[in-house]
Design a binder for this molecule. Sequence first.
Ligand code: ZN
Length: 138
Amino acid sequence: MGFMDKMIAVAGIIKAVDNPDLTKAYIDLQNEAYKLTEKLEEKNEQIGQLKKTLELKGRMDIIDSVYWLTDEQKKTIDGPFCPKCIDVDHIQCRVTPLPSDFHPGVRCPNCKSDFESSLAITYIEDRKKNGQRKVLGR
Ligand SMILES: [Zn+2]
């Protein structure tokens, strides 16, 4: 018997007893149960998102100051991503090159952090030139 079935069964007993105090207490309890069920669903959703982030982070490596997504053979398949956003905010945010005066640097458009990374610059420029994602070996 599931939780909701038990609540319905108890409601039937309370109705038969016909006590206003007991009925009110049951309704309060039922409202609390609904709120807790909603909270539980919300928490389960958060756990799912955190699991996804952890799984993704397990496939991320910091190379030359920024995060890269790697495959099973540890080959870079995507990036570069901001290390601060991944470590602190658990979001993947692609960094972009700083104006050429600041080379070899990249900036996160989300948190505005700058990182020195000639590998990131090379990768981004190659990707632009090739018009597709290039797989870099390590
Ligand atoms: Zn960032």
